[in-house]
Design a protein around this ligand. Structure first.
Ligand code: CO
Length: 464
């Protein structure tokens, strides 16, 4: 869309948000819900799950007046454009007035939705239902301190040489190889597509139409592949839902955290594992002959190289969650009012220095780097770190169920992973809430231990 189109787009989005809200809160819908509630005991467990989700959706929608929904939609659309401009000019001042309005509206949203302990919980609940900031603070503080200890060990060890991933790699060939990997994952290219975009994303329309994008750097090999694995993981989740439930919560993802667990599982646990590259490195070397001289061990270490960096989406597996936790802490303060928008750049830089030992030279590489706050998506960030925790716990169970998983992956067999995820997670849609699903699949409530153990084990071998 051309830049000048953004104001009319804001009007369109405002109208769509308003019309959708009217439908979701209509008297007719309320009557149907009441009718279903009367016969609840006669409904199947799946129907009851639908009813539970429709009720929840209705409750949230009715808490927000239509005028508020319109205002929020309009502002987020406008702020998004200003954020883009501010990034180009590296001017936080340009964005600050819009962010102030966005924070104020989000605070109002929290009040309208209601909460027990903390206004942030109301916003968090819209992305990761049933989760509270208190729980996250406990989970994340453990994760943060463990990762920081690991990071110190890594910094004191012999550094990894990542140079084999840099050179001149034809974008067309990278894209072709991405499709080879997708097909091995069980991604059906008759039900999906892989295209290029500035920011990689996945977009599901129906289980039979779930598309993804990647971005390709000609000089760097692994960026696009890890995007393909990540977005492919998201897309397989959507493809694995049952089409007969389309249009109902049973054909929707449990939460953003569970969604992210699917992408991170494929991206990191499979795509950054040695068995995977045992199979795929010779194939990649056929496409890019400079890799023919590169031993598996060198390649494996290169794709798992750890180095604190400024940009979340480009960060390595060890520091990634730290980026997310920093944003969680800052946005919680913005919402509770203990951090003023004007002081955000300074607070951001101080946290980056304290946690990762680096200070962004510009705000574009600092607090302006992510799109979420401009859209008013406060409470979204924690789902990225939760995705890592869920993924590790799911994967620990997969490892128990398939003790020979490494052998199978090393022989190029990935379909059993997709099948297991499908059977355990994808096909159920929203039948189970996140906490129940985790217990059902893994036998235990969510814990940071599998994630911490995984990182420590893997990276103490890479950085001896
Ligand atoms: Co994702």
């Amino acid at each position: 869309m051309p830049v000048a189109g953004s104001s009319v787009r804001a009007e369109q989005i405002e109208l769509m948000a308003s019309l959708a809200h009217q439908e979701r809160t209509s008297g007719e819908f309320e009557k149907s819900l009441a009718k279903l509630s009367d016969m609840e005991s006669d409904l199947s467990p799946e129907q009851q799950a639908n009813l539970r989700e429709w009720r929840r959706d209705f409750k949230i929608a009715t808490c927000l007046p239509n005028e508020f929904v319109k205002e929020f939609a309009r502002l987020s659309s406008e702020a998004l454009t200003v954020w883009g401009k501010a990034r180009k000019e590296n001017s936080f001042k340009t964005f600050a007035p819009y962010l102030e309005k966005m924070v104020a509206l989000s605070q109002k949203k929290a009040e309208l939705l209601g909460y027990k302990d903390h206004p942030y919980d109301a916003l968090l609940d819209t992305f990761e239902p049933d989760t509270t900031s208190k729980e996250l603070t406990e989970l994340f503080s453990k994760v943060k301190s463990e990762i920081q200890t690991l990071l110190k060990k890594i910094e004191g060890a012999k550094q990894v040489d990542g140079s084999c991933l840099h050179g001149n790699f034809s974008p067309d060939k990278q894209l072709e190889f991405g499709k080879v990997v997708l097909e091995a994952m069980g991604y059906d290219l008759d039900k999906g597509r892989l295209d290029l975009s500035t920011h990689p994303f996945s977009m599901a329309i129906h289980p039979s139409d779930s598309r993804i994008t990647t971005r390709i750097h000609q000089s760097s090999l692994f960026d696009s592949l890890s995007c393909v694995l990540h977005e492919g993981g998201h897309s397989l989740y959507e493809m694995g839902m049952l089409p007969e439930y389309y249009g109902s919560p049973l054909c929707e993802a449990v939460s953003l955290g569970i969604h992210e667990s699917q992408s991170r599982l494929w991206e990191t646990r499979i795509g950054q594992s040695k068995p995977f590259w045992n199979h795929f490195l010779p194939k990649l070397a056929n496409t890019f002959p400079t890799l023919k001289e590169v031993p598996l061990e060198t390649f494996y270490k290169a794709i798992n190289k750890v180095a604190p960096s400024l940009i979340r989406i480009e960060s390595d597996e060890v520091t990634y969650s730290l980026h997310v936790i920093i944003r969680f802490e800052l946005e919680k303060k913005l919402i509770e009012g203990s951090l003023k928008v004007a002081d955000l750049p300074e607070a951001w830089n101080a946290e980056m220095q304290k946690t990762l030992g680096i200070t962004p030279p510009t705000d574009t590489e600092g607090c302006l780097q992510d799109i979420h706050w401009s859209m008013g998506a406060f409470g979204y960030f924690p789902t990225y770190a939760l995705g890592n925790l869920y993924a590790s716990q799911f994967f620990a169970t997969l490892q128990e169920k398939f003790p020979d998983w490494e052998k199978r992956v090393a022989s190029g067999d990935l379909l059993f992973v997709r099948e297991w995820l499908r059977e355990q997670i994808h096909q159920h849609g929203k039948t189970y809430r996140a906490a129940d699903l985790v217990k059902k699949v893994t036998g235990k409530p969510l814990s940071p231990e599998p994630y911490i153990t995984y990182l420590n084990t893997k990276y103490s071998k890479i950085y001896e």
